[in-house]
Design a binder for this molecule. Structure first.
Ligand code: IPM
Ligand code: MG
Length: 371
């Protein structure tokens, strides 16, 4: 390896910097433990960047992100910046989406699993949720988020028309399909692809293409197709029937919040968004790692945010960004031990602070020690 891994940390807004602080502590600790050389730089993204520079993501931050081996993001946005409208594509109004396009991170991996110590914190009966282990593979650089044209116009009758376009090209569907099939090979070999091919043309292309890639390149992986509306019901009802859930940008966004229910809270969910297929033990440069939750303005500044989504995102960084999967397993085990000890954050019905949880995870990362 040539030099240390370069990490750009972008806390973002509200609870974003709070959970990124926790993530960075776990990052430094684990890197030392597993002998992974790292170099961390911090900068602004989102509303804080708007306040300082008049843009949600500066060219400088975009350039640093392109040069980094991995980017750790907290969360962006908040009421203060909601009404700001900047002309142009969504990449101008949202710093995170600009970053995703700059890095061409099309492969969003959003895992959600049940945790034994949290079974009773979910709305499920134990026998329905115990063992649920899902991976949403979300296309993250195309679709309705970025289709052109988009915008608004005032019609002759005085009505305002607002519009965006859901569009996909064959190669965009092919590459994300391969990511889902590859991921399934390392899991339980089952992909369920989601679309609205009954009403959307882009959904029909999606289904045909996923089907072809599956048949031609991954005949060993079981593939099902479901319409997105029914899929929400089926996954909510019996999450253990599913393994990898492959979806376009918008449907993947929706599904990745829904699956959080199996873990007990959205605050538990990590993500890795990569510019390539994830490879076991081979680092992928230029991924974005972020908790799936938002910036939670209502609880920011109180030190009570759940840092586990950010901490587990750091685990994903070790696995995919640095090719050190054992470090990811070690972080997951430390989290599990903390939960087992009953130390729970507010969103899981406990009263442990962000700092207490982080400290407990760090303690549990020591070999042979526990809380
Ligand atoms: C997510 C978020 C983002 C998205 C927002 C903040 C732009 O909901 O990462 O899931 O819609 O992609
Ligand atoms: Mg979302």
């Amino acid at each position: 390896m040539s030099g240390p891994f370069k990490i750009l940390a972008l806390g973002g807004d509200h609870i974003g910097p709070e959970v990124v602080t926790s993530g960075l502590e776990v990052l430094r600790h684990t890197a030392a433990q597993f002998d992974v050389p790292i170099e961390i730089e911090e900068d602004l993204l989102g509303g804080v960047s708007w306040d300082a520079h008049g843009t949600f993501c500066t060219d400088g931050v975009a350039a640093k992100a392109r040069a980094a081996d991995a980017v750790l993001v907290g969360a962006v946005g908040g009421p203060k910046w909601d009404s700001i409208r900047v002309d142009g594509p969504i990449t101008e109004t949202d710093g995170l989406t600009r970053l995703r396009i700059e890095l061409d991170v099309f492969n969003a991996l959003r895992p959600a699993r049940s945790w034994k110590p949290l079974l009773s914190r979910t709305p499920y009966r134990k026998d329905v949720v115990d063992g649920a282990d899902l991976l949403v593979v979300r296309e993250n650089a195309g679709g309705i988020y970025y289709g052109e044209p988009r915008g608004r116009e005032v019609l002759p009758d005085g009505q305002t028309r607002a519009f965006e376009i859901s569009e996909y090209r064959t190669h965009e569907v092919e590459r994300i399909a391969r990511c889902a099939f590859e991921a399934a090979r390392g899991r339980r070999n089952h992909v369920t692809s989601l679309d609205k091919s009954n009403v959307m043309e882009s959904g029909r292309l999606w289904r045909e293409t996923v089907d072809r890639i599956g048949r031609e390149e991954f005949p060993d992986v079981k593939l099902d197709h479901l319409l997105m509306d029914y899929a929400l019901y089926a996954v909510a009802r019996a999450p253990r029937n599913f393994d990898v859930l492959l979806a376009d940008n918008l449907f993947g966004d929706l599904m990745s919040d829904l699956v959080a229910v199996v873990s007990g809270s959205l605050g538990m969910l990590p993500s890795a968004t990569l510019p390539a297929v994830a490879q076991a033990d081979r680092p992928v440069k230029g991924g974005i790692y972020e908790p799936t939750h938002g910036s939670a303005p209502d609880i920011s500044g109180q030190g009570i945010a759940n840092p586990i989504g950010a901490i587990l995102s750091v685990g994903m960084m070790f696995e995919y960004g640095f090719g050190v999967a054992p470090a990811a397993r070690s972080i997951e085990q430390a989290v599990e031990r903390v939960l087992l000890a009953g130390l729970l954050p507010l969103d899981l019905g406990g009263n442990a602070s962000t700092a207490q949880i982080t400290h407990a995870v760090l303690l549990n990362l020591q070999p042979n020690s526990s809380l």
